[in-house]
Design a binder for this molecule. Structure first.
Ligand SMILES: [Mg+2]
Length: 428
């Protein structure tokens, strides 16, 4: 079964109209996807993948996909499966394209979409949901598909194999039974920065009634307003529920140290992306100033080498892997393995377009074959789920486990016809 064609579509949803996704630095997000379809000789078998962006620049990711096509068009799916790491290295370390990366920025986001589509294709070919395809692979077979380049000073392949093999001893014979897992989640839906007090109060009450126990809100406007908003949310959810805050990189290191002091009274579980996401030493300074405070980051961490440094340097407490920022399973699993080695809990970033659909697979993979940490928690924000054929389903405050083959991000045809930025009815 050969790959015959690859199409990249620039899909944009006009979410800025409702202030959805607004935070301290992203004030007008149009939730978007670079949407990749890998066609095969079988009309009923396609690989679908995406990366998430927030509007302008989505076209650049789509354009980058053109450069990747030659590496798989005309190839057998089994050959792509066997050589996926080689293909990954050719693309993420391309002799010319690497000058506009390497392994960061537009080309890396595009690589995420491309490899997410390949993993979707392979797991559909094997008629398994992606998580189960991965969990069922022989350990050596799995490790042969992952990139450990530049990571061997922190984790060796043997250490990775031991982590997986030890976890696999606890697996049931038939891994299908894992599909009854409900993976605990927290909601980000109540406190976008552009929301009025009334809207926030209403959403907080609604989400409390739905059974949510962990809430995250945006901060970073001005500190007096942040304090007011924290007070408001705490007055509704009470003191027994968990509250997290996210300032989306807007503060300097010194501002973070000052403002964390002012927000401590609200018993914040973690402070997310307080400052520049590349500032490994700055995060450490914040932790040194507030040893009792927990920091979370990862959604804008551009590659596994950054995660390696943050984790080894103890600059973060919670690892927020992003399914579309770094280049798919080949790079994400090595990061999860490093987090496991250092016993750092992983709380994946989600929301946006398709991220919830992706992390529901990553959570299961991490829980059952990688981590030994007790904390199970994952972000959830019900954004754009109405556009997916099989959106992530929440039950009892947690993700249900997907059972259909593939990696779960097929967007409805009618949504594509409407929101394709180049020729959709909405934009023209
Ligand atoms: Mg965030």
């Amino acid at each position: 079964m050969k790959v015959t064609n690859i199409v990249a579509q620039d899909i944009r949803f006009p979410t800025s109209k409702e202030n959805l996704g607004t935070d301290a630095v992203h004030v007008d997000c149009d939730y978007s996807a670079t949407y990749v379809t890998i066609e095969t000789e079988d009309n009923n078998l396609t690989g679908i993948g995406l990366t998430f962006t927030i509007g302008k620049g989505n076209d650049l990711c789509c354009k980058s996909i053109d450069y990747f096509k030659e590496f798989i068009i005309g190839k057998e799916i089994t050959e792509i499966e066997r050589n996926i790491l080689l293909i990954w290295e050719k693309i993420t370390n391309h002799s010319q394209l690497r000058w506009v990366g390497p392994q960061k920025g537009v080309t890396h986001l595009a690589a995420a979409a491309f490899f997410n589509a390949i993993w979707d294709l392979i797991s559909k070919y094997h008629k398994k949901p992606l998580w189960q395809y991965i969990v069922d692979l022989e350990t050596d077979d799995l490790l042969n598909k992952l990139s450990f380049s530049y990571l061997d000073d922190v984790i060796t392949r043997d250490e990775a194999a031991n982590i997986i093999n030890n976890n696999k001893k606890k697996l049931p014979k038939d891994t299908t039974s894992l599909n009854s897992t409900i993976f605990p989640a927290y909601t980000t839906a109540v406190g976008w920065l552009g929301y009025s007090d009334d809207k926030m109060s209403k959403l907080a009450k609604e989400n409390l009634d739905k059974g949510w126990t962990h809430f995250k809100m945006k901060v970073g406007q001005d500190i007096e307003r942040d304090i007011h908003r924290c007070k408001l949310i705490r007055s509704i959810i009470g003191n027994d529920k968990k509250l997290m805050v996210d300032s989306n990189q807007i503060w300097s290191v010194n501002e973070t140290i000052e403002y964390i002091g002012k927000l401590k009274e609200f018993d914040i579980m973690f402070y997310e992306e307080p400052t520049n996401p590349d500032d490994i030493l700055g995060f450490k300074k914040i932790k040194n100033a507030h040893p009792d405070v927990k920091l979370a980051t990862g959604e804008m961490m551009q590659n596994a080498v950054m995660f390696k440094q943050f984790i080894e340097n103890k600059s973060l407490d919670y690892c927020q892997i992003d399914s579309c920022r770094i280049a798919s399973i080949n790079e994400i699993l090595p990061v999860l393995l490093i987090a496991s080695k250092f016993n750092i809990p992983v709380i994946p970033h989600a929301g946006g377009v398709g991220l919830c659909e992706y992390v529901q697979h990553l959570n299961i993979i991490n829980k059952f074959i990688i981590t030994n940490n007790d904390l199970s928690l994952s972000e959830y924000a019900e954004s754009c789920s109405e556009h997916f054929e099989n959106p992530a389903i929440i039950k009892d405050g947690g993700y249900t486990t997907p059972i259909l083959p593939g990696y779960s991000v097929k967007i409805k045809d009618k949504s594509i016809k409407q929101f394709d930025f180049n020729n959709g009815t909405y934009w023209n």
